[in-house]
Design a binder for this molecule. Structure first.
Ligand code: PSU
Ligand code: MN
Length: 302
């Protein structure tokens, strides 16, 4: 088996104890150094604080790993040349012996392969605003349409075309519920300005939906639990609108395309909001990780 599951994660899975998968692209390419390593450690601690085992996922020297030790986390955070790996990149990275951080699509795939059902991240990828020109739609969406996993996120990144992304999730048949809200969250913002059709208010309710997914069968699609950043910790919506417009223009002017687009926009927002976007991003991820720990516990106890 090419997949390496850490001993701690393996033992927890075998014993039916709660496990939460965490992605690594946010560490390697979504957050500035040296803050990224601190955040990676902090997120793992937050999962443990909820009584669950963290399973950060990445590919190191061609081995996909579920559950990283501190040295491995350090490599993801600090190694130059660590790649960004979507689902489609996994076989290429394995065969080449390459190292890379995994996006939502690659993380969800590896988590499901290892038997981890609950996954926490910041914001999903989706349909980019320039879609009619670039056809740029994150592979996250297609992968979630065929993978049985519960993803706790703060919606989709607000740099995207949010209504188009919601429409694609509907078309692809991916279940979406707001957590404690009837509004779809906006990543840096508590409210994207768009409603959600379903609302869940407790981890037990989420676990019940997961059980119903399995009972109903019909292919493995995901459940998206959209958990808003608390309003007190969101980015000022006016600052968000202004700086995002700048960022999109800079991205266009500098001809950034493909995998580079998302990291470029996130970095631009961090640098031009005096760190306020970073604080909002971190608040969102922290909340998601804690909620995922509680959902994993409700799922394991079920
Ligand atoms: N959430 C964050 N920061 C990130 C990402 C998510 O708070 O950097 C990453 C995820 O790994 C997601 C990826 O899968 O951005 C989407 O990239 P793309 O648009 O290139 O598919
Ligand atoms: Mn893309």
């Amino acid at each position: 088996m090419v997949l390496m599951v850490s001993e701690e994660v393996r033992e927890a899975l075998d014993a039916g104890r709660p496990v939460v998968a965490l992605e690594s692209t946010i560490i390697a390419h979504g957050l500035p150094r040296p803050r990224n390593l601190q955040v990676a450690l902090e997120l793992e601690a937050a999962v443990r604080g909820e009584g669950a085992v963290p399973a950060t996922i990445a590919v190191l020297d061609g081995r996909p790993r579920v559950g990283l030790d501190k040295g491995q986390l350090e490599r993801v955070a600090n190694e130059d040349g660590i790649r960004k790996l979507g689902h489609r990149d996994l076989p290429l990275a394995v065969a080449a012996g390459a190292s890379g951080a995994t996006t939502v699509s690659a993380t969800a795939h590896l988590a499901a392969l290892a038997g981890v059902r609950v996954f926490a991240t910041g914001g999903l990828g989706g349909v980019h605003r320039q879609w009619t020109v670039t056809q740029d739609e994150s592979a996250d969406l297609g992968l979630l349409a065929r993978t049985r996993i519960t993803v706790v996120c703060a919606g989709v990144k607000s740099i995207l075309d949010v209504p188009a992304t919601l429409q694609r999730l509907e078309t692809l048949g991916v279940a979406v519920a707001g957590y404690g809200t009837d509004r779809f969250p906006g990543f840096y913002l508590s409210d994207s300005g768009h409603p959600v059709d379903w609302r869940l208010d407790t981890p037990e309710q989420v676990a019940e939906v997961m059980r119903a997914q399995d009972a109903l069968g019909g292919g493995g699609s995901a459940l998206i639990v959209a958990n808003p950043v608390p309003e007190a910790e969101q980015l000022d919506p006016e600052v968000h609108a202004r700086v995002l417009e700048d960022a999109l223009r800079a991205c266009d002017e500098q001809g950034v395309t493909g995998q580079g687009v998302t990291p470029f926009l996130l970095d631009h927002l961090v640098r031009h909001t005096d760190g306020a976007s970073l604080s909002a991003n971190l608040a969102a991820v922290r909340g998601n990780v804690r909620l995922a720990g509680r959902i994993a516990a409700a799922w394991a106890g079920a």
